[in-house]
Design a protein around this ligand. Sequence first.
Ligand SMILES: NC(=O)c1ccc[n+]([C@@H]2O[C@H](COP(=O)([O-])OP(=O)(O)OC[C@H]3O[C@@H](n4cnc5c(N)ncnc54)[C@H](OP(=O)(O)O)[C@@H]3O)[C@@H](O)[C@H]2O)c1
Length: 269
Amino acid sequence: MPLDPTTAERRALITGATAGIGAAFSRRLAADGWQLVLVARDAARLTEMAGELGATYGRDVETIPADLSTDDGCAVVEQRLTDGSPVHLLVNNAGISLNTTFLRSTAEDEARLLRLNVHAVMRLTLAALRPMTERRNGAVINVSSVAGFGATMPGSTYPASKAWVTNFSESVGLSARPFGVRVMALCPGYTRTEFHQRAGINMSKTPEWLWLRAENVVDEALRDLGKGKMVSVPAWKYKVVVAGMRHAPRRLLQAVARDARGRIGRDEH
Ligand SMILES: NC(=O)c1ccc[n+]([C@@H]2O[C@H](COP(=O)([O-])OP(=O)(O)OC[C@H]3O[C@@H](n4cnc5c(N)ncnc54)[C@H](OP(=O)(O)O)[C@@H]3O)[C@@H](O)[C@H]2O)c1
């Protein structure tokens, strides 16, 4: 099995590794014996995370402070993927949402979202796949979202960015598979992390039962990767939601989305 974590010298590069789902990937993979390369903007937090993983699991942890919404930030991480010691698993996890609907947004903010959620994912996947396909070994997990299966949030462009991530991962995954390399889109539903707070989105009206734990999302993602799935939707409740989104009439979905608008703390219009 190409990703057997018991094999020595397996190395994973995780973006957005200091919080939420990325931190959960870092801890789980360190516990499983992987060497790690962690990427995020905040250098102090990266050092703290590397110290924690080193002390707890005895892992050597590299850190790369980089803003992946910039060309320079992407270039530094691309270089690590192509020139340094081999990376066997890339987790493109860093992503943001905005607490502004499109009509009130600015081109600058929308471009920042697209540069991180879409452009960086494309660049790092491309940089990782070249050496992986040459070695005929490796995998890429692109963290997408249940939101990407439809126009779930009126006025928000975030679901469109995640629709791209899912579609891109499936498409590229099909071409990488004959080389022994897997690409999987991970599509979580609402997960307790810093994500909504960072975007300033008030989630206080979201029912408790809808929330997932980042650790459970990561466990299911790695199980699904092991099974060779190309799209992973953790938790049965979100599998049901996604089945509904894929098969329900468009007009019904649009009505549900309009109705849900008042229940999330997003600007109107
Ligand atoms: N939480 C949810 O409900 C949910 C649901 C579905 C999908 N997702 C997706 O899951 C992924 C992870 O989200 P999360 O909820 O774990 O978020 P989070 O808790 O806010 O963590 C985000 C991580 O990304 C890093 N980051 C943010 N902007 C960055 C940039 N420009 N360049 C490099 N790193 C950056 C942050 O560190 P720095 O600030 O130091 O850079 C942090 O490590 C995202 O792609 C998100 O869209 C989340």
